[in-house]
Design a protein around this ligand. Sequence first.
Ligand code: FES
Ligand code: FES
Length: 183
Amino acid sequence: MSKTSSTTLARGERRRITVTLNGRERTGYCESRDLLSDFVRHELGATGTHVGCEHGVCGACTVQVDGVAARSCLMLAVQVEGRRVDTVEGLAPDQTLGDLQRAFQRHHALQCGFCTAGILMSCADYLKRVPDPTETQVREMLSGHLCRCTGYTPIVAAVLDVAALRNENNKNNESSKKEPEHA
Ligand code: FES
Ligand code: FES
């Protein structure tokens, strides 16, 4: 009988995977063929990540791997061993909505919500890299996501709104730092 090497799993054999999920170290088991989307949902219980098309088209399954948006249906769970994975649950760690989520709420940027977790994870990554996007840029970024309900306009408005608010806050913080101290 041939022996299995440490990197090759026999059929049906499960491997132990440790990841930092939303800032906490978590361990689970998966077969080498298991998708990251199934691993975070079924093994780690992060069911906020949704699965739609399962072939990289709809964007519903988007998470962040090492801070970068990634489609979890196009990655294998074994690829994230030792890496950081963030899901939509991480945007509200203490059950308090973050500013991006509040903007979605204000603008009614979701209806059934199936696409929303993935869109939020893409937007969160995008706004780190492009903090002051134009409407066209936001629409281009969103072109990687399918939403059956909203018509996209409220989502675009929410993203532009949160970008403007963050930039305004940054400006206020900068100018308060520059204010001369009074004797
Ligand atoms: S479920 Fe991953 S892109 Fe659709
Ligand atoms: S809110 Fe229903 S699919 Fe986007």
